[in-house]
Ligand binder design. Structure first.
Ligand SMILES: *Cc1c(COP(=O)(O)O)cnc(C)c1O
Length: 375
């Protein structure tokens, strides 16, 4: 059996090596490392894939979130609601911009924003909601957008884990994750579903004015060369990364399909075990399985984590500490009773190896090892 990896970037690269090596050599020959033609070409390809008017590439997914918030003109003290159960980048940029993060609990079965908790958290100071499409499945966007509309709030979708997922509204309209709110952001970190070979990110919007504002912000606040109208940042996707992404984007749906196949194998294997809860997929969203995350409900999560490591099966706890309990984000405003689900999930979740190169022999070994341990 091939060695099991949490993410198999090497195996995936080997399948596209010739194309990637040729394209990278072309960039090297041209020496157009910044803003080369590959960046513009990828931007257009991604606009087409997502069916969105504007894609603005940038340096990483954290920058994408920060720049989206800067572009919306949010001001210190404005409250931004996001989830307690996500990667810290989401809340980090809110705090960095001196906005006030308001963390809310998630749904136990989907790990995504809890709509009732969201409603409860809205105050006159609330300006924006950041739903995170965690682990590859869209949050309940129909409800989020209705609430945002009612209270006149911006919706910023953190799509770092869900690029390629589809959301279907009650009226039958289907949209890509990241294109439903005012603005969406993603990350091309190597292990993400659409990953480059370094750092990268992008911002999506259908709003012409916001796109224009953001294009200036990513480039030192310049709309005309050496005229700085607003305080900006330097955040670029470089040409080498764009060249890689240009090759991988047409493969993204196939990559998502391969992940789904592995997920289906796992879920089928664990279906009748009463101590293992498998991922729940809502009717309104597809799931692109950035992570395949189980809940172990018999108290043996930590033992399982160790048992798998002892058997050379990598696995991870996403996430071990709720954001409201992190030193950097703890705040006396928070009340433990409001985070019942997140407080429970941190003790039960475990994410299994998930990538495009898992084969049946590996999946069988992983599932039997787990089922022999969790009875
Ligand atoms: C990865 C990730 C980010 C940050 O992306 P980087 O490119 O690493 O900066 C933001 N939000 C979520 C939910 C992520 O998973």
């Amino acid at each position: 059996m091939r060695k099991i990896q949490m993410v198999d970037l090497q195996g995936q690269y080997q399948k596209i090596k010739d194309k990637v090596d040729t394209q990278l050599q072309e960039v090297l020959n041209s020496s157009a490392y910044i803003n080369g033609p590959e960046v513009h070409a990828f931007q257009k390809d991604l606009e087409n894939y997502l069916d969105v008017k504007h894609v603005i590439p940038c340096a990483n997914g954290t920058d994408a979130l920060q720049i989206a918030m800067m572009g919306l003109g949010l001001k210190p003290g404005d409250e931004v609601i996001t989830v307690d159960f996500t990667f810290a980048a989401t809340v980090e940029v809110i705090a960095l911009l001196q906005l006030t993060p308001v963390l809310v609990d998630v749904e136990k079965d989907t790990f995504n924003i809890d709509i009732e908790a969201l409603k409860k958290a809205i105050t006159p100071k609330t300006k924006a909601i950041v739903p995170v499409h965690l682990f590859g499945q869209c949050a309940n966007m129909e409800a989020v957008l209705d609430i945002a509309c009612e209270h006149n709030l911006f919706v910023i979708e953190d799509t770092a884990q869900a690029i390629g997922a589809n959301y279907t509204f009650k009226n039958g309209v289907t949209k890509k994750a990241g294109t439903m709110g005012m603005v969406g952001t993603t990350s091309f970190f190597p292990s993400k579903n659409l990953g480059c070979y370094g750092d990268g990110g992008a911002i999506f919007t259908n709003n012409d004015e916001l796109a224009h504002t953001i294009r200036g912000i990513v480039n030192h606040g310049m709309y005309k060369r050496y005229y700085h109208d607003v305080v900006g940042v330097n955040s670029r996707l470089d040409s080498l990364q764009a060249a890689i992404l240009g090759i991988k984007l047409p493969l993204l749906d196939g990559y998502c399909e391969a992940r789904k196949k592995a997920a289906d194998y796992y879920s089928k294997a664990f279906a009748s075990n009463k101590n293992i809860v498998t991922p729940v997929i809502r009717d309104f969203s597809t799931h692109v399985f950035h992570q395949y995350t189980l809940q172990i409900t018999n108290g043996q999560r930590n033992e399982l984590h160790q048992h798998l490591l002892d058997n050379q099966i990598p696995n991870a706890i996403y996430y071990p500490v709720p954001l409201h309990s992190q030193k950097a984000y703890a705040d006396e405003r928070y009340n433990e009773a409001d985070f019942k689900v997140t407080n429970e999930l941190i003790d039960t979740v475990i994410s299994l190896p998930m990538h495009t190169e898992l084969d049946e022999e590996q999946l069988k070994f992983i599932t039997t090892t787990i089922l022999n341990f969790i009875k």
